[in-house]
Write a protein that binds this ligand. Structure first.
Ligand code: UD1
Ligand code: PEP
Length: 422
């Protein structure tokens, strides 16, 4: 298992480029199941989750050539509409093959994803929605077993906005007979991006990116050629890294319009954030940071996927900040590791009180999930003494392309240590 070694205390300067969005690429890869012929995905990041999804599509019988930033997916000889536990357990987003398989082949057997480090993460809304479209679903030995003749358009009202749930239903509805209306949808930019791709394939999707989506199903869908949008969470992570380490960083291809909640909190904390064309400049040269409160919320609120990184910034601020996590019940796993580096944080249920101002020092820390790993890397960048080693970076490799290299490009002293035990 690799680790990342960081010697902190250096400001960041220069420019880096943001990669394609993991959370947009994953549903779009699943959408390739909706048609035959070869689909081309461009601007795909080189990530472990992309490899896992490619392996899953191959298992399902597709021909997949994965050479990021290009991925080609074409029809294979045999379709096996079954997603095994071994692949689904590596990546919960695998459950998004359920809608396309069912719509296309009339049956699907997909392992229940189960919980993960950040929470229980049920999929009841996905299943309820597919049943409303006419699927029969039963749970058997840890698998979702779904069948239908042809899915029929219907109205689905989600009990709460779910990103992959909305995406699963959009893909299923794209091949259903008639019109589907999805109400109380997730409004994340990745949902909107999937809508664009389904439209390229010949479905008629309107409202993606708002809380009501209409989908006019098609009898058949075409393959597509599409370049994936940039990763707002990767961009937000480097914005926070630049703010924390100090310096002047130009982030190319950063979708600031999708990061307003993060930019607003950075500005409140005393960080300069400015747009320059399709780049974002983040500057903090010598100015102290102010403590600000943050509550995570569905888009366009402050993203839960940025909470851990922002917490590190608040460890450096003057005063106490209150961070409330409203999306996942167990997303403070980074707190004990940050405490080992000298942070003063009290957790009470879904709320963390971060008492800023104590210097962080380097330590060997354990990554527990993807964004927690990124927060530990940022903590390593600002640790004023000692070296930090972040173990189990396979979590980080799920969602950040070449993070240690991109940070080194900005002047950080970061390196990957291959094959470190942990
Ligand atoms: C691949 C991908 O895009 N992952 C993102 C997606 O995950 P994911 O789509 O899994 O997250 P959801 O939007 O579904 O989760 C939101 C909330 O709804 C709950 N819920 C969800 C589905 C369901 O059937 N029942 C239910 O109760 C979840 O437990 C959670 O409390 O959105 C999350 C919230 O922005 C992000 O952190 C993840 O990075
Ligand atoms: C939680 C995340 O991913 P996933 O939904 O795939 O677990 C994430 O991207 O931060």
């Amino acid at each position: 298992m690799d680790s990342i070694r960081i010697r902190g205390g250096k400001p960041l300067s220069g420019k880096i480029r943001i990669s394609g969005a993991k959370n947009a690429a994953l549903p779009i890869l699943c959408a390739t199941l909706l048609s035959d012929g070869e689909s081309l995905l461009r601007n795909v990041p080189a990530l472990r989750d992309i490899d896992t999804t490619s392996a899953l599509l191959r298992f399902l019988g597709r021909n997949v050539e994965t050479a990021p930033p290009l991925v080609k997916v074409g029809a294979g000889d045999n379709v096996r509409p079954e997603a095994p536990y071994e692949l689904v357990k590596q990546m919960r987003a695998s459950v998004m093959v359920l809608g396309p398989l069912l719509a296309r082949f009339g049956r699907a057997k997909v392992s229940l994803p189960g919980g993960c480090q950040i929470g229980t993460r049920p999929v009841d809304q996905h299943l309820k929605g597919l049943e409303a479209l006419g699927a029969t679903i039963r749970l058997s030995r840890g698998y979702i077993v779904a069948e239908c003749k042809r899915l029929r358009g219907a109205e689905v009202v989600f009990d709460l906005p779910t990103v992959t749930g909305t995406e699963n239903l959009m893909m299923a509805a794209a091949l259903a007979k008639g019109r589907t209306t999805l109400v109380n949808c997730a409004r994340e930019p990745e949902v909107e991006e999937l809508g664009r791709v389904l439209n390229k394939m010949g479905a008629r999707v309107s409202g993606a990116g708002t809380d009501v989506i209409h989908i006019e199903g098609a009898d058949e869908l075409e393959p597509f050629d599409h370049a994936i949008i940039s990763d707002r969470i990767e961009a937000g992570t480097y914005m926070v890294a630049a703010a924390a380490a100090g310096g002047d960083v130009l982030i190319e291809n950063a979708p600031l319009e999708d990061l307003e909640a993060v930019a607003a909190k950075l500005r409140q904390a005393g960080v300069e954030v400015g747009r320059e064309g399709d780049c974002v400049r983040v500057r903090r040269e010598g100015r102290p940071l102010r403590a600000v409160d943050v509550t995570t919320a569905p888009h366009p609120g402050f993203p839960t996927d940025m909470q851990a990184q922002f917490m590190v910034l608040m460890c450096l601020a003057q005063g106490t900040s209150r961070i409330v996590e409203t999306i996942f019940e167990n997303r403070f796993m980074h707190v004990p590791e940050l405490s080992r580096m000298g942070a003063h944080i009290d957790v009470d249920g879904h709320t963390a009180h971060v008492h800023g101002g104590a210097p962080l020092s380097g330590a060997t820390v354990m990554a527990t999930d993807l964004r927690a790993s990124a927060s530990l890397v940022i903590a390593g960048l600002v640790a004023t003494e000692g070296e930090t080693e972040v173990l189990r970076v396979y979590h980080l490799d799920r969602g950040y392309e070449f993070m240690e290299r991109k940070l080194a490009q900005l002047g950080a002293d970061t390196a990957r240590v291959e094959g470190r035990a942990g």
